[in-house]
Design a protein around this ligand. Structure first.
Ligand code: ATP
Ligand code: RIB
Length: 305
């Protein structure tokens, strides 16, 4: 059984809930302000650890109250925090507005912006391990991490979120891309809408394929996920649930997929499992605290009698 190493961001999510999102220039009355551990790296690491993978998170926190709280939270979730350094910059913070289960997010990277190639190459990656990263830490650190993973014979998973342009030097180091329609549209340079037909999404994803065996998973929110692997594609329908907060759904999917692949599940089984895990996550408030356990996912996957 391999381990999961996540190089990524750690944030305190400051969440304002309201009945609807304000328009630009408008003020609306909110109902609550909540503090949740978050950040794409932390969320993915917690998801993988909750689902049974030995998981190490590589990142940076500030020397402040949020930093201390987040480190304690991650330890309590059984995430190995030995490669999380403390820096002079403030801990990453995300300001989130949540209304009708959907969010808008402003991320202030702080310490996450200082994650360096030296930080990530300390990970003792080995064959059979899974290396995971996203776009909330600097690109040179992600490249160094994946180069090390390639040399070690580990599988690499990139979640290119939040959406930003990147070069083929990085994409060539990736075995599995997990991205939503917005991120796919940006990388493929194709206009995509949330309700686009699956065939159109598959055509767009094909433009990111390379000679190397690469898997491209496009998460489609409540519609589920479609994945291209070689000549085949897998379509996994979204599960019918009542979403209360979709923050971290994509992260849950990535962490669950990594944990499954580290335990040598087939790609199809891993996709079905990750889709079920993410459907549990959206039924709970918050990002990292909403990540499901093995029991939760088994319950979701149990056939109805
Ligand atoms: P976020 O940025 O909010 O973390 P994302 O845009 O990266 O999300 P989505 O495609 O919205 O990711 O969701 C990821 C996965 O979560 C989906 O592929 C699906 O498995 C699950 N999911 C999301 N929303 C729902 C929903 N409303 N009902 C059931 N499953 C959902
Ligand atoms: O993907 C969700 C995460 O994005 C939140 O937890 C927030 O911290 C932002 O990084």
């Amino acid at each position: 059984m391999g381990r999961v190493f996540v190089a990524g961001s750690i944030n305190m999510d400051v969440v304002a809930t309201a009945e609807r999102h304000p328009q630009v220039g408008e003020t609306v009355a909110g109902s609550a302000v909540l503090y949740f551990p978050g950040g794409k790296g932390a969320n993915q690491a917690v998801a993988a650890a909750n689902l049974g993978a030995k998981t190490t998170l590589i990142g940076r926190l500030g020397n402040d109250a949020f930093g201390a709280e987040l480190r304690g939270f991650l330890q309590a979730q059984d995430v190995d925090v030995s490669l999380i350094a403390q820096t002079g910059q403030h801990t990453g913070t995300a300001i989130i507005t949540l209304a009708n289960a959907d969010n808008t997010i402003v991320v202030i990277p702080g310490a996450n912006g200082l994650v360096s190639p030296d930080d990530v190459t300390q990970a003792a990656l080995a064959e059979g391990d899974v290396a995971v990263s996203q776009f909330e830490i600097p690109l040179p650190a992600i490249k160094a991490f994946f180069r090390k993973a390639r040399v070690a014979g580990s599988l690499t998973i990139l979640n290119p979120a939040p959406a930003r342009a990147c070069d083929w030097e990085l994409l060539d180091l990736v075995d599995i891309l997990v991205l939503n329609e917005t991120e796919l549209g940006l990388l493929a340079n194709i206009k995509l809408r949330e309700d686009d037909e699956i065939a159109h999404i598959i055509d767009a994803a094909r433009t990111l394929e390379t000679d190397r065996a690469r898997v491209i998973c496009v998460t489609l929110g409540s519609r589920g996920v479609v994945a291209l692997a070689g000549g085949e594609h897998h379509v996994i329908a979204g599960r019918k649930v009542k979403a209360v907060d979709t923050t971290g759904a994509g992260d849950c999917f990535v962490g669950a997929l990594a944990a499954q692949l580290a335990s040598e599940a087939t790609l199809h089984d891993a996709l079905v499992y990750a889709n079920a895990a993410a459907s549990v996550c959206v039924q709970r408030m918050g990002a990292a605290p909403s990540m499901p356990t093995v029991m939760d996912v088994n319950e979701a996957l149990r056939p109805e009698l």
